[in-house]
Ligand binder design. Structure first.
Ligand SMILES: Nc1ncnc2c1ncn2[C@@H]1O[C@H](COP(=O)(O)OP(=O)(O)OP(=O)(O)O)[C@@H](O)[C@H]1O
Ligand SMILES: [Mg+2]
Length: 335
C-alpha cells in the first residue's frame, strides 16, 4: 500500500487537491496504417475504451495514489458520460459537485487512431467546452490545499473567468498548478498570460513550453518563464523531465520501460508530481515521482488503466521506491 498523506494542513482542509475540468472516454484503435483510404472498411488489430480527458486522468490517477481529490466537471446526460463517471468514482475521487448540461449536448469523446508510434487524436469537445464559472462551486474548490487545471485551451466557456478564479483561489490560500496541454489554435496567448501570474507550478511538455515562451529550445523557454512561474516541470517523453526552479535547471532521468501506449503519460506525470507537491516534498522529488508515474502509465492502454490495476500499480511503484524515490545523485544540474 502507498502511504496516505497525513499532516496538519490536510486535516484542516477537506481535500488535498481540487480539480475542475473535462471528463470523457477515449476510444482507442490500435494497429492502423498511417494512410487511411476513404470509403473502405479499415480493420484495427485491437480496441480499448478507457477514461480519458487530461483533467480526469490527473484526478483519477492522483486519487488512485491515495491523495484526497475533489473533482468537478460538466457532463451530458448520456451513456458515455455515465460510464466515464463510474470509472472516475472507482478511483475514490469525490464527485459530489459534478453538474449536468441542461441541453442535449453530449459528453465529449476522443477517438485515438494508433499508427505504430504515431497517432491521430480526434476530439468532440461536447459538454467540456461549455463548463463555465456558474457550474463551479467556489467554496468546494477552495476547500482544498491545492487547485489543478488541465487543458486550458479546451475550457472555452471558463477561460474568460479563469484569471479571477485563480486570483480568488490564491486569496483563499491555495497553491495552483496548470498543465496547458496543446492549444488546438496554436496561438498560446490570450488568457494564458493573465493566469500565469497566479500559477505556482507549470506542467507543460517540451514542445508546449517552447510554444508558450516562443523560444527555440526547451532550455531557453524554461529560463524565459522562470521569472514568471516559480516551478516548471517540462515533460520530455522518453528523456524524462527538466525541472526549472528559479534560475536552476535540473535534468531528471527517465525510468527505463518499454511503453505500449503513451496516451496520458503527461497527465500521469502530473499526478505523481502533485502527489509529492501535496505532501510538501522538494520539487526534485516531485519530478522524480512524476517520472515514475509517467512511465507506469505507458505500460497499459490509455492514461488510467495502469492505475486501475491496483496490484500492478503498487508493484511497479514499490519496485521504483515510490514515494520515497530520492534520486538526486542521478540528476544533472544544467549550468
Ligand atoms: N518512453 C518513455 N520511457 C520512460 N518514461 C516515459 C516515456 N514516455 C513518457 N514517459 C514519462 O511520462 C512523462 C510524460 O510524457 P510526455 O512527455 O509524453 O508528456 P505529454 O506530451 O504531456 O503527454 P500527454 O499525451 O499525456 O499530454 C515523461 O516526462 C516521462 O516521465
Ligand atoms: Mg500533456
Amino acid at each position: 500500500m502507498i502511504p496516505q498523506i497525513q499532516n496538519m494542513t490536510s486535516l484542516e482542509k477537506r481535500f488535498d487537491v481540487s480539480i475542475a475540468g473535462e471528463i470523457n472516454l477515449d476510444l482507442i484503435l490500435y494497429g492502423l496504417a498511417e494512410v487511411i483510404p476513404v470509403e473502405r472498411e479499415i480493420l484495427a488489430t485491437d480496441f480499448r475504451c478507457t477514461l480519458g480527458g487530461s483533467s480526469s486522468i490527473v484526478a483519477h490517477n492522483l486519487a488512485s495514489l491515495g491523495v484526497s481529490v475533489g473533482f468537478t466537471t460538466r457532463l451530458g446526460k448520456d451513456e458515455f458520460g455515465r460510464i466515464a463517471l463510474e470509472r472516475m468514482a472507482e478511483s475514490g475521487a469525490d464527485l459530489s459537485e459534478v453538474v449536468y448540461a441542461e441541453d442535449s449536448t453530449s459528453t465529449g469523446v476522443t477517438v485515438l487512431l494508433h499508427h505504430g508510434v504515431k497517432r491521430r487524436i480526434l476530439t468532440y469537445p461536447g459538454t467540456m467546452s461549455g463548463m463555465s464559472r456558474a457550474d463551479l462551486n467556489f467554496d468546494y474548490l477552495a476547500s482544498a490545499r491545492h487547485f489543478h487545471l488541465s487543458s486550458l485551451f479546451l475550457q472555452k466557456a471558463l477561460a474568460p473567468d479563469l484569471p479571477a478564479l485563480f486570483r480568488d483561489l490564491k486569496q483563499a490560500g491555495l497553491t495552483i498548478s496548470l498543465d496547458t496541454n496543446d492549444d488546438p489554435e496554436n496561438e498560446w496567448g490570450g488568457v494564458l498570460n493573465e493566469v500565469l501570474p497566479y500559477v505556482d507550478l507549470l506542467l507543460p511538455n517540451a514542445d508546449e513550453v517552447r510554444r508558450i515562451a516562443r523560444r527555440d529550445t526547451v532550455e531557453e523557454a524554461l529560463l524565459a518563464l522562470s521569472s514568471r512561474v516559480p516551478c516548471i516541470a517540462a515533460k520530455c517523453g522518453p528523456a524524462g523531465a527538466l525541472l526549472q526552479t528559479g534560475g536552476k535547471l535540473t535534468r531528471i532521468p527517465p525510468i527505463q520501460v518499454t511503453p505500449i501506449d503513451t496516451i496520458g503519460a503527461g497527465d500521469s506525470f502530473d499526478a505523481g508530481f502533485l502527489y509529492g507537491y501535496a505532501r510538501g516534498a522538494d520539487p526534485l522529488d516531485c519530478a522524480t515521482a512524476g517520472n515514475i508515474t509517467g512511465a507506469l502509465s505507458t505500460l497499459r492502454p490509455g492514461g488510467t488503466e495502469a492505475f486501475r490495476d491496483a496490484a500492478f500499480r503498487d508493484s511497479f511503484l514499490h519496485q521504483h521506491n515510490f514515494p520515497f524515490a530520492i534520486r538526486e545523485q542521478d540528476c544533472t544540474i544544467v549550468p
